[in-house]
Design a protein around this ligand. Structure first.
Ligand SMILES: NC(=O)c1ccc[n+]([C@@H]2O[C@H](COP(=O)([O-])OP(=O)(O)OC[C@H]3O[C@@H](n4cnc5c(N)ncnc54)[C@H](O)[C@@H]3O)[C@@H](O)[C@H]2O)c1
Length: 456
């Protein structure tokens, strides 16, 4: 497994659990050193014990020695990052191609090279060319084959997603490679997981099309939420009413501050770029990207407007949750990275509480990249109560479990109470019901604003 990040580490640990010998490689030596000491560099529920089990059984090992590891393997999975290339919006394939070259130089027997990273349609064929170019002595079908095997796991439930996937997609034209992949995924046949065999371009495009479609569902419900706010309709019930139709399905119909994370933003952008480049623009996806980008700013404006109404000289806002979703430490493209800088830009002080980040500072580089530095304007609280004490607003940005059971009367007591206004709770995840927020000015998404007009 080349790349021991969210996908590589989870996938590697799961294959070891299935009984395969797996070596996870990474060119980040600190990461491999940590893993060899049993320290998990990311937060993913259940991963620590799965890795410990794999290490104990000696089926899961970690190394930086690519040549030795590749030569000992008959399958090499590439699970390195494919971030957005900031100059043109396409997927940056630099890490993938570097890994492919390194692998090609090491091959010494039939090896199936599998792209698990999310890569644009056509990359599999480029990988074949690159291998031939790097090692003209290697013959496709004899010394190597290339397969696409996109990954669909979700951070926060990655292990269950990997062990019990809705489907597995394998793209290859080689029967030999297909047989190898069939043996690899044999453990999933026992639970009757649908395994779709197709060609490389289709497999590559399935991943982007799936993410594009899910992003579209999110974008759609968010625009419906805006419409609900204008009409007195309730987006929660609207989503339920739509989702009960089996053709639509209930998932991904929760209104939110917009999608973020390590996949949807970059994958929608890459899909849009590829489609345009190939002369088949996906204008629907273009519209979703535009709406999602605007939405995050709009959410910041929604907070600022309520603060302005209160005419506070130096407002202070408690931000509850900064990761892009609960149960992960992943900050990539999180809504917080747009909303917090906007608040700061408008003179608001911010105190952050996130269940994962009060105890470490791994989020600081992500914040720093957005110009947010930890200092007098941005502070971290060690618990929720400390964050909300005397704050001019509490804003729920990530629906961590511990925010679902807040004692609202205690919150009401602890938030600031400027003259003429009730304490302000802004819930951008619709965790609370509008009829249980007595004594609070409660603003959620796609539902009526509660107690905003009460002057006390
Ligand atoms: N994170 C997710 O939820 C998720 C889900 C499905 C698919 N994906 C896709 O999987 C791929 C990996 O994503 P991730 O979130 O695991 O990324 P990540 O950034 O967490 O991990 C990538 C790892 O690859 C290592 N790496 C880079 N180049 C290397 C090289 N030449 N040799 C060895 N190691 C190298 C990096 O050091 C890093 O540890 C991406 O294409 C992503 O789109 C991610």
């Amino acid at each position: 497994m080349i790349g021991a990040g969210y996908v590589g580490l989870v996938t590697g640990a799961c294959f070891a659990e299935f009984g395969f010998d797996v070596v996870c490689l990474d060119n980040d030596t600190t990461k491999i050193d940590k893993l060899n000491q049993g320290l998990i560099p990311i937060y993913e529920p259940g991963l620590d014990s799965l890795v410990a089990q794999g290490m104990k059984s000696k089926r899961l090992t970690f190394s930086t020695n690519l040549k030795e590891s590749v030569q000992a393997s008959n399958i090499v999975m590439i699970a390195v990052g494919t971030p957005t290339n900031i100059t043109d919006g396409h997927a940056d394939l630099g890490y993938v191609y570097q890994a492919v070259k390194d692998v090609a130089l090491a091959i010494d027997g039939y090896t199936v090279i599998v792209t698990k990273s999310t890569v644009p349609v056509g990359t599999g064929d480029e990988v074949v060319s690159l291998i031939k170019q790097t090692r003209p002595d290697l013959v496709e079908g004899v010394d190597f084959d290339v397969a696409s095997n996109p990954e669909f796991l979700r951070e926060g439930s990655a292990i269950t997603d990997f062990m019990r996937p809705d489907r597995v997609v394998v793209g290859t034209d080689s029967q030999k490679a297909r047989d190898v992949m069939q043996r690899l995924y044999r453990p999933l046949y026992l639970i009757e997981t649908p395994i779709l065999y197709t060609n490389k371009p289709t497999a590559e495009l399935i991943k982007y099309a799936a993410n594009g479609f899910l992003a579209l569902k999110i974008g759609f419900i968010n625009q419906m939420a805006d419409l609900c706010e204008k009409t007195g309709a309730d987006v929660q019930e609207l989503g339920k009413g739509m989702g009960l139709d089996n053709r639509i399905g209930r998932k991904f119909l929760n209104a939110s501050p917009g999608y973020g994370g390590s996949c949807f933003p970059k994958d929608t952008l890459a899909l849009s770029k590829t489609a345009r480049q190939l002369g088949a623009p996906c204008t629907i996806v273009d519209a979703v990207i535009e709406a999602n980008t605007a939405r995050k700013l709009k959410m910041a404006e929604r907070i600022l407007q309520r603060l302005r109404d209160r005419k506070l000289s130096k407002p202070r806002v408690a931000i509850l949750g900064i990761t892009f979703k609960p149960n992960t430490d992943d900050m990539r493209d999180a809504a917080s990275l747009v909303i917090i800088p906007e608040l700061l830009k408008h003179g608001v002080d911010v105190v952050i509480y996130d269940p994962l980040y009060y105890k470490n500072s791994d989020c600081l580089p992500h914040l720093a990249a957005q110009g947010i530095t930890w200092g007098s304007e941005v502070t971290f609280a060690s618990n929720r109560k400390e964050a909300t004490l005397d704050a001019d607003a509490a804003v729920i940005l990530t629906e961590w479990h511990e925010f679902r059971g807040i004692d609202l009367s205690e919150l009401q007591q602890s938030l600031a109470k400027p003259e003429g206004f009730l304490p302000l709770l802004i819930d951008l995840r619709n965790i609370y019901k509008t009829n249980e927020v007595d004594g609070l000015h409660y603003l959620s998404i796609g539902r009526s604003e509660v107690n905003n007009k009460i002057a006390i």
